[in-house]
Design a protein around this ligand. Structure first.
Ligand code: NA7
Length: 556
């Protein structure tokens, strides 16, 4: 993968570690992150006449699609519902090759967008932001980077990613391992195959579930260390022929309009029929159809009660459990792969390609670490309470400090010395998921409690970028120097976010949706990270606030 050099003409990154020795680069808006969100933000801000610089920790654009290079990484949303919708020309010229594009194709797409709109010249790469400090005297943000660069701007926009702070297990002896070990998010570029290797994978979330079948097909031996299984369902990916792509292009308006009506911003929305009014035979036929169909329909194209009514959820979970039993040859192993502690869809449903069949291979075994816990990593591999597993490669598919992790890793200091990390210690506090009180002119584009983190990401971020940039235009036009949310607006938003958690069964499961992470101290209780009201309702809340003169914000 080519790593690009920073091209911003005024910036000489890495020239000095002494921040005071160099004069800061000044601009109207600083955006942190050059993933899907930061890219669109730059496009829009430039169009609106704001001087903008994007600071990116990675060596190139792409965010999620830049870092996650593990084999098997791909969309779970239909490619043509994932691409940007803002440019007709872009839609016309880009041909998706698969219904659910692999990471390599998506990264090529993202790079194409950046080249097409000449966005790279306002981006600085290999530039990890360490500090963002509000300067009340000048109503500016001062941003410092790991290599000692200093930037100043009127507005600071975060596009830091919601799953961009990987977490490693707190297992003794990790450093002692003699083979190669890495987190899926930090996948080494040169690591492309596993022939002749003994591989261990810890974690069976969406990432592990994509990776495991690929490794299983190549490795001499694969040991999967599973703590709690997830409910997985088939992706049913397939190529897109040129003829089909031509037809898709004629339907983009329809597809994007459809995405605007569904809670998740996907093409799939809940079935409007009431579960109990549909005869059992018809329900079962419908579930068979969902299981055989591509994409997320099996989860979010279902009866709404599957995600709200424990009885219905239990019935559907039993239906999916039978599917797992049918696909795994060893009945005892099948039982280990069926979740017992949470119902279907209450955690993120990993979509898979041959995941369950991978366990039918003689070179693959499942180590149930809830039965035989991992004691330590040794120089040779992993020791559980049962035995030692010798490994050449150890892969941590152990997830992320989700949604707030990337914020916590930056020292963000607002008005009166308030530290965002401290303010959010017991969970994030925002208004509309866009701003936190005490942090004037800091806008979160994909922050906690906002809409984009719980939707088909590009659909959500196009909405929020349009809304935030529209707000900035108004601030500029009216000469407003400082904006932050009112205390009562934050409190009301907290109530709305918390109340919405009561409406779905997501609250009943420990997952990154509810802020659970066993690898971080104190992350065992629920954290209100996500707006569960669905994309249409979130969009209405944004529009409503804007129509009422940006109600809830204090402007000076
Ligand atoms: P996830 O979904 O958070 O999954 C992490 C997995 O790693 C999960 O199976 C965890 O088990 C397991 N894990 C984490 N820590 C440990 C330790 N210490 N020991 C054993 N097992 C552990 O992250 P993913 O990367 O798979 O997916 C993240 C999102 O990326 C995904 O939802 C998509 O939206 C894209 P647990 O279930 O906690 O018992």
């Amino acid at each position: 993968m080519t790593r690009h050099q920073p091209q911003h003409p005024t910036v000489q990154p890495g020239t000095s570690r002494d921040a005071d020795a160099i004069s800061p680069v000044r601009t109207d808006v600083l955006v942190i992150g050059a993933g899907m969100c930061g890219i669109y933000a730059l496009y829009r801000l430039r169009e609106l006449g704001f001087g903008t610089i994007v600071l990116e920790a990675g060596g190139d654009v792409g965010g999620t699609w830049y870092w996650n290079r593990y084999p098997g990484c791909r969309f779970d949303s239909e490619s043509y519902s994932y691409g940007y919708s803002f440019s007709r020309e872009l839609l016309e010229e880009w041909d998706w090759k698969e219904h659910f594009a692999p990471q390599t194709e998506t990264l090529a797409y993202v790079r194409h967008v950046v080249e097409k709109f000449d966005l790279r010249r306002d981006m600085v790469f290999d530039c990890r932001v360490t500090d963002a400090i509000h300067d009340a005297k000048n109503d500016e943000w001062e941003v410092r980077t790991e290599s000692g660069q200093v930037f100043r701007s009127t507005y600071l926009l975060t596009a830091v990613g919601m799953l961009s702070a990987p977490t490693l297990p707190r297992i003794e002896g990790r450093e002692s391992f003699g083979g190669q070990a890495f987190h899926t998010y930090d996948w080494p570029e040169e690591k492309t195959g596993f022939a002749g290797e003994r591989v261990g994978i810890i974690g069976t979330g969406a990432t592990g579930v994509q990776l495991i079948p690929v490794v299983a097909a190549q490795a001499e031996a694969l040991h999967v260390f599973q703590r709690r299984p997830n409910w997985c369902a088939p992706l049913h990916n397939s190529p897109i022929s040129p003829e089909e792509m031509a037809r898709i292009k004629t339907r983009y308006d329809e597809f994007f309009a459809q995405c605007r009506t569904t809670p998740g911003g996907f093409l799939h929305g809940p079935d409007r029929r009431k579960f109990r009014e549909v005869p059992e035979a018809e329900r079962l036929a419908f579930w068979e159809e969902l299981y055989a169909s591509p994409g997320f329909g099996v989860w979010i194209g279902n009866f709404a009660e599957v995600l709200t009514d424990p009885e219905v959820n239990a019935e559907y979970s039993a239906f999916i459990a039978d599917k797992i039993r049918q696909r795994v040859s060893d009945p005892d192993l099948a039982e280990k792969l069926i979740p017992k502690d949470h119902g279907f869809g209450t955690r993120r449903v990993p979509l898979e390609t041959g995941y369950y069949e991978a366990y039918n291979r003689p070179n693959v075994d499942l180590v149930d670490v809830s039965e035989t816990p991992i004691l330590r990593v040794t120089p040779k591999g992993i020791r559980t309470t049962a035995r030692e597993y010798e490994l050449d490669t150890l892969i941590y598919a152990t997830g992320f400090d989700a949604i707030t992790g990337a914020f916590d890793r930056i020292n963000i200091i607002g008005r009166d010395g308030a530290r965002l990390r401290d303010q959010w210690r017991d969970g994030p506090l925002t208004y509309l998921g866009v701003q936190s009180r005490g942090f004037p002119n800091l806008f979160m584009l994909a922050g906690p409690q906002g809409g984009s983190v719980s939707t088909n990401f590009p659909r959500g971020i196009e909405d929020i970028v349009d809304w935030v940039t529209g707000f900035l235009v108004r601030l500029r036009d009216r000469g407003i120097r400082r904006v932050e949310p009112r205390e009562d607006a934050v409190a009301a938003w907290q109530k709305e976010v918390r109340d919405l958690y009561q409406m779905t069964l997501f609250r009943t499961a420990k997952s990154w949706f509810t802020g659970y992470n066993s690898n971080i101290e104190g992350r065992d209780g629920i954290r209100y990270l996500i707006y569960n009201g669905g994309a249409p309702r979130y969009r209405r809340r944004l529009e409503d606030a804007a129509e009422k003169g940006y109600e809830g914000f204090e402007m000076r």
